[in-house]
Design a protein around this ligand. Structure first.
Ligand SMILES: NC(=O)c1ccc[n+]([C@@H]2O[C@H](COP(=O)([O-])OP(=O)(O)OC[C@H]3O[C@@H](n4cnc5c(N)ncnc54)[C@H](O)[C@@H]3O)[C@@H](O)[C@H]2O)c1
Ligand SMILES: [Zn+2]
Length: 342
């Protein structure tokens, strides 16, 4: 068992990471929640795998109801938000009664948003079941839905009462979902935790408590300094500037795009004399061993879009580089210099 205490100005909470924790949920819920009822929100893929176990683990101590929503990013929508709220109200949910988010990042973001808004706020506990949700969405308090063809554009900051992680749920993830989560995890290693890189360097067939906790420590460190997403959280965008470009262009899954985006940012950093050249080969080999599809895109092909992006102010473009593993930096480059590079 591993435990992290997340220390925030407006609310602090624990993340507990333990193999097979799903079967012992009551014990960890009881420590933070004293009312009688729990509403489990989950999706149509996760329900057949884990809902019975979750209900069984809780039903001696609580009256448990469940709401099963369609699996997939499309559920982060007003339509499904409305459907879920209607079901909860039909089930007679009261203020101070607990929502439990059982699922990947989609269920986590949606349940968190419901918890932030229904009755102006009810408590919730996260039980993230995908690797991405375990190592990324369980810290930071960002919740929300997609709207008007834009991701995460409506939402709220809402901190959970607790997050309970059972790494064994990763055993049932489709391989591409597992690899997807590994993209952000390796990013955490690169920007903040060289030990994590050594834990995954030969590839990972089975998720462990130690890998999850070492990854979470990186996000914890930046979020505790920058709770409201003003500055240091930018480092989490390592690999994302190029990653988003190739995600859009080639339809990569996000984690796979970030993985390839990291390689592009590393090359760029090396060419600018900012990044230790050995970092490229290390990350390349880790990604290969972890089963990533790797395309060695040339970062220079993507610079024109960035140079002409109107979001950039005053002719300066910002990138996240690493100097070495564990030392990220914000690098600003003038538009004119970018044009010379192209
Ligand atoms: N709030 C945050 O800080 C944060 C951070 C990163 C990502 N996100 C959001 O998370 C979402 C992506 O998360 P995701 O990749 O978990 O997506 P997801 O919730 O759609 O899960 C991926 C797929 O795996 C299935 N699944 C989940 N757990 C499973 C398990 N244990 N076994 C078998 N199948 C399982 C799901 O049903 C789904 O089909 C995006 O909407 C993204 O915006 C939020
Ligand atoms: Zn990302």
């Amino acid at each position: 068992m591993k435990k992290l205490h997340i220390n925030l100005q407006d609310h602090s909470y624990d993340i507990i990471i333990k193999d097979n924790l799903i079967d012992e949920l009551a014990q960890y819920v009881k420590e933070v929640y004293k009312n009688k009822k729990i509403y489990v929100i989950t999706d149509s893929n996760v329900a057949p795998l884990y809902l019975t176990r979750v209900m069984k683990a809780l039903e001696n101590d609580y009256e448990v109801k469940s709401v099963v929503l369609p699996a997939g990013e499309e559920s982060k929508s007003f339509a499904v938000y409305q459907e879920a709220c209607e079901k909860l109200i039909d089930l007679n949910i009261r203020r101070n009664e607990l929502l439990l988010a059982l699922g990947g990042g989609v269920i986590g973001d949606l349940t968190g948003f419901i918890a932030a808004t229904i009755y102006r706020g009810v408590p919730y506990i996260g039980v993230p079941t995908s690797l991405l949700a375990q190592m990324d969405s369980s810290i930071g308090g960002k919740t929300g839905i997609d709207f008007y063809n834009r991701k995460n554009i409506i939402g709220a900051f809402k901190q959970p009462l607790r997050v309970l992680i059972d790494p064994r749920t990763c055993d049932t993830l489709a391989r591409d979902e597992f690899v997807n989560g590994m993209g952000e995890l390796i990013k955490h290693g690169a920007i903040g935790n060289p030990k994590l890189l050594t834990l995954v360097e030969n590839g990972v067939s089975k998720m462990t408590e130690e890998i999850v906790v070492e990854s979470l420590k990186v996000k914890q460190a930046v979020v505790e300094i920058d709770e409201f997403d003003q500055k240091e959280r930018m480092f989490l965008n390592f690999g994302h500037t190029f990653g988003h470009a190739i995600e859009l262009k080639y339809g990569w899954k996000h984690g796979q795009a970030v993985a390839n985006g990291m390689l592009m940012a590393l090359k760029f950093g090396i060419d600018m004399g900012e990044t230790n050249p050995k970092c490229y080969d290390v990350i390349y080999n880790i990604l290969k061993n972890c089963g990533f599809p790797i395309e060695e895109y040339n970062y220079k092909d993507y610079l024109p879009d960035m140079a002409y992006d109107k979001k950039n102010l005053a002719g300066v473009i910002r990138f996240i580089f690493i100097k070495d593993f564990g030392t990220p930096e914000l690098y600003e480059i003038e538009e004119t210099k970018i044009k010379d590079l192209m």
